[in-house]
Ligand binder design. Structure first.
Ligand code: S3P
Length: 164
């Protein structure tokens, strides 16, 4: 979990390679079900319809997904309780790093990142929500490492949690 552009997909794919699990991305799954892009869903159906789809998908994942790495959309943990899904990892990336990472195309594909000032407000409002939902928090400093290095750190933390 984490804010838009924090690196969830790139790190998630590295984790799935390390543990040989399937990787899935909640936005990709939702887009494939309705055959619309995230922008089209927001424009044609509205944000609340998207949030309903996210909640339904989360319930389905909680009931059915096993042995996989899931990158959630940035809002899923804000509107839903992530417990019972698995080990929840928060990529606590800095807003400045995120803003640097996202090029104009990546911003355009995110309806809630069109306006940087509003995105920063959302970032600040959500930070504590992500922290409360997480079993593991990857610090802003560690988020600056490569996706592979971050994935390795996460695997170490998970092994540590399991050894407890
Ligand atoms: C959202 C994050 C996006 C996507 C949608 C809403 C959010 O996913 O689900 O645009 O509310 O933070 P990413 O976090 O993968 O960009």
């Amino acid at each position: 979990i984490g804010f838009m552009g924090s690196g969830k997909s790139s790190v998630g794919k590295e984790i799935s390679a390390l543990c040989d699990y399937f990787f899935c991305d909640s936005d990709e799954l939702i887009q494939s079900i309705v055959n619309k892009s995230i922008n089209e869903i927001f424009e044609d159906l509205g944000e609340s319809a998207f949030r309903n789809m996210e909640s339904r998908l989360l319930q389905w994942l909680q009931a059915n997904a096993r042995h996989c790495v899931i990158a959630t959309g940035g809002g899923m943990p804000v509107f839903n309780d992530m417990r019972n899904l698995g080990v929840v990892v928060f990529l606590d990336n800095d807003f400045e790093n995120i803003a640097k990472r996202l090029d104009s195309k990546q911003r355009e594909s995110r309806p809630l990142f069109n306006d940087t000032i509003k995105a920063k407000e959302l970032f600040m409002a959500r930070s504590s929500v992500y922290k409360n939902q997480a079993d593991i928090i990857i610090s802003p400093k560690d988020c600056a490492l490569s996706p592979k290095q971050i994935a390795q750190k996460i695997m170490d933390c998970i092994l540590h949690l399991q050894a407890k």
